[in-house]
Ligand binder design. Sequence first.
Ligand code: BTN
Length: 322
Amino acid sequence: MTSQALLSLLADGEVHSGESLASCLGVSRTAIWKQIKRAADDGYAIETIRGKGYRLVTAIDLLGASAIVSQLPGDLRASVQLAVHEALDSTNAEVIRRRAEFEDGKTFVCIADHQTAGRGRRGRQWQSPRGENLYLSFGLTFRGGFSMLDGLSLVLGVAVAEALEALGLSPVALKWPNDVFYNGKKLAGILVELQGELEEGVVNVVAGIGLNVHMTDAGQIDQEWTSLAKAQSDRIWSRNRVAAALIESVVSAADRFATDGFKSFQSRWQARDEFYGRSLFARDGDLSGVGKGIDSSGNYLVAVGDRLESVRAGELSLRAEP
Ligand code: BTN
């Protein structure tokens, strides 16, 4: 695995001698050479300049817990338990494993630079290349039983959209229940998994967000997608800054949802409906109509002739008619 300490020294794109790297990291020059070789094997483009040292050819946007925490509002810093990993199978899986270690009164947030088994909705894989995107999961607890999960899923979509808008990306749209779209293409996906019911009505959930940040090329994604870098190519996006904005928005939305339920989110979701007024299919193609937004519980409404059909989360994936 590539040494994060080495990468953070090289991240400025300047030439660094083997000797200076060795002295900063307290290891031998041979150890540095080995680490450089491992980084190159891991896909980092590092140039060796004879007699001078090493240089990263393309800038990298390193993730760092302290850089993220320092960009959170002061009152939130002490109430977030943040773990940043270089690689994990899945940040959702890690939250499930770590639940017993959650600190009281804090929201557990887990971020990975790379996932080897990123999970998407409907059993799909989530492509999670190293150094490119954000993969983060929250460990949350709510009262209200399993039935509140449909609403929560929409709330998280609103939270992600509002965080991105606060960072200057607009307009961000939502494809029911919670895919985040920009310019008609998927920018982020959200996976809510139920971890268990502690006592009657108290549910532990894991909310995972995958947001494309720097990715401009991906081999195996079977739908149209975009990234922050594609959306605003003249801007330098920092994953730490975006992560802080997501954490702030999700924690605030989850608190509001826990106290007030879904009602204050209905119009916020509705204002961003990617499918409103468009012809679409639902229920695996059995239902065809026009998108009419959501009701007060977060179900999707489809106009079929002059009748309104309400569609629940488990029942559908919406598809626009070609
Ligand atoms: C979707 O299919 O749209 C949902 C994708 C959710 C991906 C994120 S990445 C962080 C978290 N960890 C996972 O394994 N999945 C979610």
